[in-house]
Design a protein around this ligand. Structure first.
Ligand code: GLN
Length: 304
């Protein structure tokens, strides 16, 4: 029997290798959407342009170009990490926070848009009263807050402390990357507060502490639950263990007239207001909302 004729493209008739950039983006967008990723198309564009080392604009204007096998492999690896539930920021290796681009991996919490608004609150105060000379950030994590304060001229010096050595290592990398002076990093014990003997008082204490109730942690999105540090999320049985510990130490750490600002969970406003009401050295306690209108921040002042 005669074997069926095989089509073997000879030289000249050979098609260029591989799919185009646009075809790859389409395919990935479909895969991500099927896996339940919300902004699938945007993420596909970001993943592909990131691997190719081009901007999303360049990807759009040169979508007809073909990707080479190395690039295709790089894209496939990135997509499979994303499909396994890794946050986009970890796959990209970076996260935008206000004016900064910070390292993003599993060592510290990925800074959220709400925390960008926390810096806005500080910036309102600074517009009225001038920059803070000396800031203490408890649970500094990636150092997104402290580095924003320093690089935006909202603070002159900051001491960032964390229980996690991994977070402190990431914070140090971010400080190096941002290249702004004035941040000192220090490890604090499990008691949350560092030894402040011999330190002069602070004029601002800021914190985005872990505030998720332990029982809620298993119900967080897979990206958060499996790929972000539990120590940065789990606030104990009622979610307020660290909030209480931070507030308890604030009066002693603050200079008279100094301020405290904490990020809290959207269901914790009333409870945190009650905690503050019992703290006689702290005045004008206020719960502030985020852009979605949810309770998100608590502020107070030390009596002067
Ligand atoms: N907002 C975060 C989340 O639930 C929690 C951050 C925190 O505990 N500080 O994704």
């Amino acid at each position: 029997m005669e074997s069926p004729e095989r089509e073997s493209p000879g030289p000249g008739s050979r098609r260029p290798y591989g799919p185009t950039r646009s075809e790859i983006v389409e395919g990935i967008a479909t895969e991500l959407a099927a896996a339940g990723v919300e902004s699938a198309r945007l993420e596909a564009e970001r993943l592909v342009s990131g691997i190719l080392g081009i901007t999303r604009g360049e990807l759009a204007t040169a979508g007809g170009e073909r990707v080479n096998p190395d690039e295709a492999l790089g894209v496939a690896r990135a997509v499979s990490r994303r499909l396994d539930g890794e946050p986009l920021q970890h796959v990209e290796g970076s996260v935008d926070f206000r004016t900064l681009v910070l390292v993003s991996d599993g060592r510290a919490l990925i800074p959220r848009p709400e925390t960008e608004q926390l810096v806005d609150v500080i910036s309102e105060w600074v517009a009225r009263d001038g920059p803070f000379e000396r800031v203490l950030e408890i649970g500094v994590g990636s150092a997104a807050i402290a580095l924003s304060l320093l690089s935006e001229g909202l603070a002159v010096r900051a001491l960032g402390v964390d229980v996690s050595g991994e977070a402190l290592a990431q914070a140090a990398e971010n400080a190096e990357r941002v290249g702004v002076p004035g941040l000192e990093l220090r490890s604090c014990g499990p008691e949350i507060w560092p030894d402040l003997a011999g330190e002069s008082p602070f004029d601002l204490v800021v914190s985005n502490p872990p505030y998720v109730a332990s029982a809620d942690v298993p119900h967080l999105d897979v990206e958060v639950r499996l790929h972000e540090p539990r120590v940065a999320l789990d606030g104990g049985p009622d979610g307020l263990e660290v909030v209480r510990a931070v507030l308890a130490g604030v009066p002693a750490a603050l200079a008279p007239g100094g301020r405290v600002l904490l990020e809290i969970g959207s269901d914790q406003g009333a409870r945190v207001a009650r905690l503050l009401a019992g703290e006689s050295l702290l005045e004008v306690p206020r719960i502030r909302t985020d852009l979605a209108g949810r309770d998100r921040f608590v502020t107070a002042r030390r009596a002067s």
